[in-house]
Each structure stands twice: as structure tokens, then as C-alpha cells.
Design a protein around this ligand. Structure first.
Ligand SMILES: [Zn+2]
Length: 426
């Protein structure tokens, strides 16, 4: 029984390969560039109309009230649900519709949807319009194969993942559209490769450090206190003390690339004294600001990571009388990890083996993505990222996704849905 269902579903997906490519191309041709958040509405309409034709009940969910939702750049999300004949788990596929700007270095039109040599090219193909198309056709193949569902398939296309996802997945989660108690499993088809399952990410702590000294005449700097000199001491302490300490810590999470298995810190920017392009006056810099990006490990935790920074700043400027410091938190994202023994990971692993003939590799992401909102706001523990395309190609010029991987991942998603609904057992 179950092997006949599997054969039918696989055959439907192979037959639909050109349609999956065409849907990906259609999505890529809508330039949903973020920032500023262009063309979200036509993108949501395309997905919503497609889902309606595929038998889904569809809602458009607008992030009314978020400051980034404007009449010029409306934040429009779409969500569809297709309920089965019998009750069972709710399996939710979520893809972000926004893409980062094309940038320089392209050899083809980034929004033409060029298909060549078994690949689809374009901005947002791998991150993550191919993944969204795969999820849509995973559901469609189950319909065409006339498999009676024991549960519900949901598909959402959401905005702003690249800028934090607050008007997107966070908005849906805050409104209970993705929620513990109604959503059992969430699969986010980010480009993690066709045989890898991403179980979470490190934490993020962005902060601004402001150092204040005392202004004085630049010909007599010894009469003032330079905030830039003080920042130099902080940067030196980061380089000589903190960075080696962070590099010595590693997480048990399978973060890729391996270098990101350690804690890290990066200086995003620095600003002190007079604007260097302006007319110069002889003044000691009384202010210097820098913004830092600290990625912390689940084993470190946020409080300890922040406390370590505060202590470092105190030590670095402690010997300099007249310098004051303040730290302002800009963004805090706690690490997330799918629980050990999650049935979602087990099902995906089984179906990756079935479709590709090799075991899945568990990975974690060096950066954050919408998993955080699913875990933290919606409270749904069983969430992973799984989708076609290579992470290294995301945000690059000439971004592409291989058609073979696109089709394989569609099969994995379709069979995983049935696996989670218990349809493949026995
Ligand atoms: Zn993405």
C-alpha cells in the first residue's frame, strides 16, 4: 500500500518538473527586493492564486500597524491551508518572499528567471523561491496522486525575513496563525542543500558602545580626554583578550561552516570625532561610537555574553580617568535548536534516505533566520530548515539552484508530509 503511494507521488513530481521550474521562474520575475520591500503584494497574489487553484483556503495577512508597512511598500503575507479527509498533524511550510538587492557582478539579468544547463538563475532563486516552489509542488503532487491526507498542509509566503521577519513570520506567530497547539511541524525551505537538515542557529547580540571623553584644543591634547584613544584600547582588548577566548569556545551544535562553531565578534562600524569630510577644527574627540556584532553560542547564553563585554569595556578604559561608557542593545536573538529526537528530523532523515539513497546531515546555521520566531513567539519546537540550493550561493551574484535538487527536495517534502501524517507506516 505505502510503496504504491510513494511511487505515485514520485511519478507526479517527475512529471511536474517543468511546472516546478516555471513556478520558480514566475516567482523570481517578481522583484521582491528588500530593502525597501518591493512588489510584496503581487508576489503574495501569485502564491495565493496558485494555492487557491490547488485546493487551499487562502488568506492574505497584512502587517497593518508595523512601521515598515506603508502604502508604497505594503507588507503582505499569504497563507493557505488544505485540510485532509481525516484529522492529523498540521504540517506548515514557510518561505520568505523577499530577496536581497541584486548588487554588482551579475553576468545575467537577475530578475529574468534564466534557465540554462540544468540550473535556474536569478536573485532569490536559491534564497528561497525555489524552496517555496518545491513546497507548493510537494502539496500539489499529493493532490494529483490522490493521496487522502490525514492532517493539514499549510503553506505561507512571508515578507521581510532578510530584515528580521517582524512583519512576516513574527506577525503570523503573534496573531496565532503559527502557534503551539495548532501547528505541529514547521519546515522552512531555506537553501541548506538537498541532503542537509538545519536544526537551528547561534545567538545574535548587536550593541552600540558609546565612549565619552572631554573636548579640548587639538594643539594641547593633554588637556582633553580622547574618546577615540579610549575606543582604541577597547578594540585592542577585543583583539588580544576576547577574540582568542571566543575562538577557544565551541558549540556542540553542528554549525556550518565549521569556523562558525566558535563564538565570534565583528565590528560593524565606527564613528568618532569630527566628520572626516567636513571642515576640520583643532579639537580632541569627545565622542566615539562603534557597533558590534557578537554571535554567541547556546552554551554561552546571552547574559554571560553581555556581562563579558561590559567587564572588558570597564577593564580597557578603567585606567583612563575621564572616560565614560554606555552600551545600548540594538538586537538580541537567542539561539534556537530543534529538540533531540524530534519526529520532524526523524521523518526528514528517513525521506532524504529514501529519495537520495544517503543519510541526511544535521547542520546549524551561522546566521539567524525565521526559525527564531517559530520557536520563540509561536512556541512550536519542531521546526527545521530544509530546502534546495547551496547556502554559499545565497546573496551572491549569479545565484542559482540546480533543477535536479529542486525536484529531489520536492519529493522529500512531499514524502515527509505523508510520513508525519503516518500515511507511509506499514
Ligand atoms: Zn533566506
Amino acid at each position: 500500500m505505502s510503496s504504491r503511494i510513494i511511487d505515485r507521488v514520485i511519478a507526479e513530481i517527475d512529471r511536474a518538473a517543468d511546472e516546478i521550474v516555471a513556478l520558480t521562474v514566475d516567482l523570481v520575475r517578481i522583484p521582491t527586493i528588500n530593502p525597501p520591500g518591493e512588489a510584496y503584494e503581487p508576489s503574495a497574489r501569485l502564491i495565493g492564486d496558485w494555492l487557491k487553484r490547488a485546493g487551499f483556503d487562502v488568506d492574505f495577512i497584512v502587517a497593518d500597524g508595523r512601521p515598515e508597512h506603508t502604502s508604497r511598500f505594503p507588507r503582505v503575507n499569504v497563507m493557505g491551508a488544505r485540510r485532509g479527509a481525516t484529522r492529523g498533524p498540521v504540517v506548515h511550510f514557510n518561505g520568505h518572499t523577499d530577496v536581497v538587492p541584486a548588487g554588482d557582478g551579475w553576468t545575467i539579468d537577475p530578475f529574468a528567471g534564466v534557465v540554462r544547463d540544468g540550473r535556474i538563475y536569478g536573485r532569490g532563486v536559491c534564497d528561497m523561491k525555489a524552496g517555496l516552489a518545491a513546497a507548493m509542488f510537494a502539496a500539489e503532487a499529493l493532490r494529483r496522486a490522490e493521496v487522502p491526507l490525514a492532517g493539514t498542509i499549510e503553506i505561507s509566503g512571508t515578507v521581510d525575513e532578510e530584515s528580521g521577519g517582524f512583519a512576516g513570520v513574527a506577525w503570523l506567530a503573534e496573531r496565532g496563525r503559527i502557534a503551539n497547539g495548532r501547528t505541529d511541524f514547521v519546515i522552512i525551505p531555506e537553501p541548506l542543500d538537498v541532503d542537509r537538515i538545519c536544526i537551528g542557529h547561534r545567538g545574535v547580540y548587536w550593541f552600540e558602545l558609546l565612549l565619552t571623553g572631554r573636548i579640548a584644543h587639538g594643539s594641547m591634547p593633554f588637556l582633553g580626554v580622547s574618546a577615540i584613544d579610549a575606543m582604541g584600547r577597547v578594540l585592542e582588548a577585543i583583539r588580544t583578550d576576547l577574540q582568542p577566548a571566543l575562538a577557544a569556545r565551541s558549540t556542540a551544535m553542528p554549525v556550518v561552516p565549521v569556523g562558525a562553531r566558535h563564538a565570534t565578534i565583528n565590528v560593524n562600524g565606527i564613528d568618532g570625532g569630527q566628520p572626516v569630510d567636513g571642515i576640520q577644527t583643532p579639537c580632541v574627540a569627545d565622542k566615539c561610537r562603534a557597533v558590534f556584532d557578537r554571535r554567541f553560542l547556546i552554551e554561552e547564553g546571552f547574559e554571560a555574553s553581555k556581562g563579558e563585554i561590559e567587564a572588558l569595556v570597564r577593564r580597557a578604559i578603567g585606567a583612563t580617568p575621564g572616560v565614560a561608557s554606555s552600551i545600548r542593545d540594538l538586537m538580541i536573538v537567542h539561539p534556537v535548536v530543534t529538540p533531540d529526537g524530534s519526529p520532524l528530523v526523524a521523518a526528514l532523515d528517513r525521506e532524504i534516505r529514501r529519495v537520495l539513497g544517503r543519510p541526511a546531515t544535521l547542520v546549524a546555521s551561522p546566521g539567524t533566520y525565521d526559525h527564531k520566531h517559530v520557536a520563540r513567539i509561536a512556541g512550536v519546537p519542531h521546526c527545521v530548515a530544509y530546502g534546495p540550493g547551496a547556502l554559499e550561493l545565497a546573496h551572491q551574484p549569479d545565484e542559482w539552484c540546480g533543477i535536479d535538487d529542486l525536484v529531489s527536495s520536492t519529493k522529500v517534502m512531499a514524502l515527509t508530509t505523508l510520513d508525519l501524517m503516518g500515511i507511509l507506516a506499514g
